[in-house]
Design a protein around this ligand. Structure first.
Ligand code: HEC
Length: 288
């Protein structure tokens, strides 16, 4: 967020992300998981939402968006807004020269006229750009710099348009008027093809796995930052999957053991559920 004393406006990277409180069951504290009482898997019936759980989940997903708001705190209303089809865009910077800068989840860095919201400039960063830009002066020349890269808690929990490719590494861009440097060429890195196992799992295993996945895993494996488990080669290998999820084989890399929260057969259920999702993804991508 930033403020310009010249326009009197506050520039807010607003997120619209409706979440529904409450599962079918009363709220219980579960150690080791999100305890916000928000339901991703099983949103309860609410006026204005479809009758089925699946329908409600889709409808809620469809409401997720964002905007850049130039808010007038004295009039207490927005002066102008730029709609974003994705909620997690960058922090804002307002400058003395009547500019507002913001990065977007789609990999652009943009400048708007601070008083009326007219887009004046856009630069392709090729990676979701979420950080707040800064400005500074060196030998009388003004620079604008931004750390480009998609991450943060939302980058772990939720997908972005960049999920069509592997997430590129972060990069710092610094701009000045008349600057001539060109960034290194950007080569998209294709996502790994899903390689699900041909084993058969029972519907009960898959249902258990879905429940545990949403309770414990989605929050870190729902976005592009950590591995997309539908594409993991470990789905093919019961023992290797258990070694990671229960025995903590990748704990030094930030993938802790879940032995305290689930039994090996429940972790196997997660593999069954992910394997099902991997098959669906494979089909979906083959159809393109
Ligand atoms: C707090 C964040 C976090 C949570 C929660 C989490 N993981 Fe992970 N997971 C990671 C990270 C980070 C890695 C990458 C580790 C590495 O680079 O070696 C990872 C890697 C993995 C891998 C290896 C994937 C591959 O192909 O290399 C598997 C399998 C896995 N996680 C399963 C799970 C399951 C199942 C759950 C839920 C029970 C879960 N994770 C919950 C952070 C998390």
């Amino acid at each position: 967020m930033s403020y310009s004393p010249k326009t009197g406006l506050v520039y807010i990277p607003a997120m619209e992300h409706p979440l529904v409180y409450g599962d079918a069951k009363p709220f219980e504290i579960h150690e080791g998981r999100w305890n916000t009482a928000v339901s991703f898997l099983d949103p309860p019936a609410l006026p204005g939402l479809p009758d089925t759980v699946e329908g409600r989940r889709k409808a809620l997903e469809g409401m997720v968006k964002g905007k850049l708001v130039a808010y007038d705190p004295i009039a207490q209303k927005p002066r102008w807004e730029i709609a974003r089809d994705w909620p997690w865009s960058g922090g804002t910077l307002a400058t003395g020269g009547n500019l507002v800068f913001q990065g977007t989840a789609h990999g652009a860095f943009e400048a708007y006229s601070a008083d009326n919201g007219k887009m004046l400039w856009s630069f392709k960063t090729n990676r979701g750009t979420m950080a707040g830009p800064i400005t500074y002066r060196v030998n009388g020349e003004q620079y604008i710099a931004v750390m480009a890269g998609y991450g943060g808690s939302m980058g772990m929990a939720s997908g972005t348009p960049f999920m069509k490719e592997k997430m590129p590494n972060g990069m710092i861009f610094a701009f000045k008027i008349g600057g001539k440097a060109t960034p290194p060429a950007y080569t998209p890195i294709p996502l790994d093809k899903p390689t699900p196992s041909n084993e058969s799992f029972t519907p009960a295993q898959i249902a258990t796995g879905q429940k545990y996945f949403f309770q414990y895993c989605q929050i870190c494996h729902g976005g592009p930052v950590n591995p997309d488990l539908r594409r993991s080669a470990l789905l093919q290998d019961k023992e290797a999957f258990k070694a990671v999820v229960i025995d903590g084989a990748l704990a030094p890399n930030g993938m802790a053991s879940f032995a305290a929260y689930m039994k090996p057969e429940e972790a196997e259920g997660v593999r069954a559920y992910l394997n099902q999702r991997a098959k669906e993804l494979l089909k979906e991508e083959a159809g393109k």
